[in-house]
Design a protein. Structure first.
Length: 277
């Protein structure tokens, strides 16, 4: 719990940073998942930064973090001339960034943008809030014939709640799409849009409910996409019920499930490119 000074000024944003975060993945037997390869150096300390926003100015009294559920509560009151009792305030949106420091700046591990509701400090919570999660990665290569080949791999994941805190994760579908000379622009976005179109045509039941798409591109545009104020692809907004999140395939694969899935997508796309180019 973090308490604020009694004379803290009102504001619309609270920024909270948790340093020295340690995380690891467990398999079904409770054993820690081993790294893909032996680390060359000691892991740098991770930090999680949470920015919690409110529609109108509030006066915060304390922030409570539940380390069992990952939920973050802000206690305070709306800034008003009328006397109000403190209560748990409901944010309008929040962003959660996991990163570590490098000589040239911060290395981003994952990024989670959340709409209305209490914030959580772990990206793994998306498996609880969404009916299906798509981890998608596209790799490209120029063939000997001079043709640009793009391979998009998507691993789909569903989850089931176990009690109040546990989540059982299963992957029930893997999709690969190949495109020759894809349109100009970011091939990652073309791959996501092509995947959504293909699934809609052949497996429409896989698009039911709330969907999360995890990618490792265009971090600066994710918020605008999710708020439907910036087109996602070819002038089109994200379909209703679909949100975008960021997870790197390069780091975090032994700590966070989205990153591990992204690494698997990257490996499968690379393998397919080697087979066909």
């Amino acid at each position: 719990m973090q308490q604020f000074p009694l004379n803290a000024p009102p504001g619309k944003v609270i920024k909270l940073t948790l340093d020295g975060v340690q995380s690891s993945l467990l398999d079904t037997s409770g054993s820690m998942i081993k790294p893909f390869k032996k680390p060359k150096q000691q892991r740098e300390p991770r930090s999680i930064t949470v920015e919690i926003e409110f529609e109108e100015p509030i006066v915060a009294q304390e922030v409570k973090v539940d380390f069992s559920t990952g939920e973050i509560f802000v206690v305070g009151k709306v800034n008003s001339a009328i006397f109000l009792y403190p209560q748990i305030l409901m944010p309008s949106r929040s962003t959660i960034t996991t990163a570590y420091d490098k000589k040239k700046g911060k290395k981003l591990i994952n990024f989670y943008f959340q709409g209305p509701g209490h914030a959580f400090f772990g990206i793994d919570r998306i498996f609880k809030f969404y009916d299906r999660v798509y981890c998608i990665d596209t790799n490209t290569r120029v063939s000997a014939a001079g043709v640009t080949i793009a391979v998009t791999t998507a691993i789909t994941v569903t989850s089931e709640n176990i009690g109040d805190k546990g989540i059982h994760i299963t992957s029930d579908h893997t999709i690969q799409l190949i495109s020759n000379d894809p349109p100009s622009g970011n091939p990652e976005l073309h791959g996501i849009w092509m995947l959504l179109a293909r699934v809609w045509q052949n497996h429409p039941h896989l698009l039911e409910g709330r969907l999360a798409i995890i990618t490792d591109t265009e971090l600066g545009k994710i918020r605008g996409w999710n708020e439907r104020v910036e087109p996602f692809y070819d002038g089109n907004m994200l379909p209703r019920g679909v949100d975008i999140f960021y997870a790197s395939a390069d780091v975090g694969s032994e700590e966070y499930l989205p990153n591990r899935l992204m690494k698997a997508c990257d490996s499968l796309s690379t393998k397919k490119l080697e087979e066909i180019s």
